[in-house]
Design a protein around this ligand. Sequence first.
Ligand code: COI
Length: 355
Amino acid sequence: MLDIKLAPATEHKAKPDESKLGFGIYYTDNMFIVDHTEGIGWHDARIVPYAPIALDPAAMVLHYAMESFEGMKAYRTPNGDIQLFRPDKNAERMINTNRRMCLPSLPVEDFVQAVKALVSVEKDWVPHQPGTSLYIRPFVIATEPHLGVRTSKTHQFIIICSPVGAYYSTGINPVKIFVEDEYTRACPGGTGFTKCGGNYAASLISQVKAHELGYEQTLWLDSQEHKYVEEVGSMNCFFKIDGTVYTAPTVGTVLPGVTRMSCIDLLKKWGIPVSEDRLPIADVMQASKDGKLEEVFGTGTAAVISPVGELRYEGDVAYINNGEIGEISHKLYDTLTGIQWGIIEDDMGWTVKVD
Ligand code: COI
């Protein structure tokens, strides 16, 4: 249990127009910080005004990307309550990330306590309009000034919050995805399963390439054979082929998404066959030619459910469901967001109230 000192802002920023939030543009009045020192552990937990942080220019995070992060959301229900979605899953994933990245972790209870404490102070920032939420970004950075490559002796765990609308400017309309066949995102034994900034930095070259070709995002293939579909970087990816829903296994190169696992749980509950076997991209393109590629969609905390309308692979293009959202994607979106926004009953026990 953390002893959190409350020293929040006394002046409040003007709230942005909820119909024009976009993603990750506005930040709330306060942030949570706790320090970690080797030999002492976590100390000085506090909620303080949102402000630039002072870092020594030699801080290890700036040189060796020694950091990790999480993404989660707080939702406003119709009766004005504020709730989180499976926050323990983010806490557990951060522990797994930090083990791989040699960063210190907060225990699950302390992580959730810190998120709840900040969201409670920032309640008024949880937007009201349908489709909006308060995005929560916990992250850990190595703060020790040192240029030798080794683990850091000091760290900070920080949480910031941002009121958001849809991640993609297209909203729930299908996105166009470019299948990357040159660069790779993750290899066995690497950091692909973690939420570390380096994974995202290394993916940008492909996103730039995709944009130049008129596509929004990249679908990554496995690094060894460039054969099997993995993930979209900002989302996990699902393919409905001839009645079965496929998604890549989380075997070390794919992020174990909280939305991914929730979709699998819902699909199984609805009796829809789900396969986590490796899926060759060639099978996806062939299924499209055979008229059996019924739906493709991405899942993520930021993106929620994002239908894919077009896939381009080596000059071949698959058009999916006439560029419209598919039945299963729609049902998953309605059910997940219904539970998250408190519109339908949470019979999965996934939501956690913030007092
Ligand atoms: C999320 O879905 O929360 C993510 O972290 C994806 C992206 C914004 C980095």
